[in-house]
Design a binder for this molecule. Structure first.
Ligand SMILES: [Zn+2]
Length: 240
């Protein structure tokens, strides 16, 4: 009897979770699970991410976690039942470990984006290696697992770190499209127009946004609506 009660309770919880996702939500259409391995993806610099169909997009957010804006991004994603990937910097991760874990615990994937946000192409090799070491240590300490992927700050890939990441079996993630949301004073419509225009050529792929930007956090509900109206489907990228 007790078993039946807990079963009924579990089913109610499941139904409640499903019900909390509105029928007209954008939703996550499927999960693409990649093996942990070296590689470099994103047509801005490399080959397209393998396994994505036309009109499929992977949402990625850089430069967090940031208490002023990341929770708003999490809410906008949850409201549309969408899973994304967050490329976090080590410094804010170490300052706000609970927020980093909140992102992961909400079902999103987490990659690395440099301990500091340096342009590694302009740094001595020794400093680059030190930054990667600090980044990996912070990620492992905060999330309790090994990092699967890395995106270079400013997408400024350096031969030294490319070689190190390859040796460690960590994937490098570039981009296919973005909204230039680091530019000041962008309205939601300006960001949406830029995103759609940048998506037109690749037809889908890795979308670069910034959860550390207030304007992006504010615009995200609109951007998700626009993606849905444009017939794009969100794929949740994971690593096993
Ligand atoms: Zn960045």
């Amino acid at each position: 009897m007790r078993l039946l009660t807990s079963l009924a309770l579990a089913m109610t919880t499941l139904t409640a979770a499903a019900a909390s996702c509105p029928p007209d939500a954008l939703g996550t259409s499927r999960t693409l699970t990649l093996p942990r391995a070296a590689g470099a993806w994103g047509t801005a610099q490399h080959a397209p991410l393998p396994g994505l169909a036309p009109k499929e997009v992977v949402l990625t957010f850089d430069d967090g976690p940031r208490p002023e804006s990341t929770p708003l991004v999490l809410k906008a994603l949850a409201d549309q039942c969408v899973q994304a990937t967050f490329f976090m910097n080590g410094e804010p991760m170490a300052r706000h470990p609970e927020l980093a874990r909140q992102v992961r615990d909400a079902g999103h994937s987490v990659g690395m984006h440099g301990f500091r946000h340096d342009n590694f192409a302009q740094l001595p090799a020794e400093d680059q290696g030190r930054d990667l070491k600090a980044m990996i240590a912070t990620y492992t300490d905060v999330l309790g697992e090994a990092p699967p992927a890395y995106r270079f700050p400013f997408l400024a890939e350096s031969p030294v770190l490319m070689k190190a990441l390859d040796k460690l079996g960590i994937a490098v993630m570039s981009v296919d499209a973005g909204a230039e949301d680091w530019l000041p004073d962008q309205t939601p419509q300006m960001l949406a127009d830029k995103l759609l225009s940048q998506l037109a050529k690749p037809g889908g792929g890795l979308i670069l946004l910034h959860d550390a930007q207030d304007q992006t956090a504010r615009a995200l509900p609109h951007l998700l609506q626009v993606l849905k109206a444009g017939g794009y489907r969100v794929v949740h990228l994971r690593w096993r």
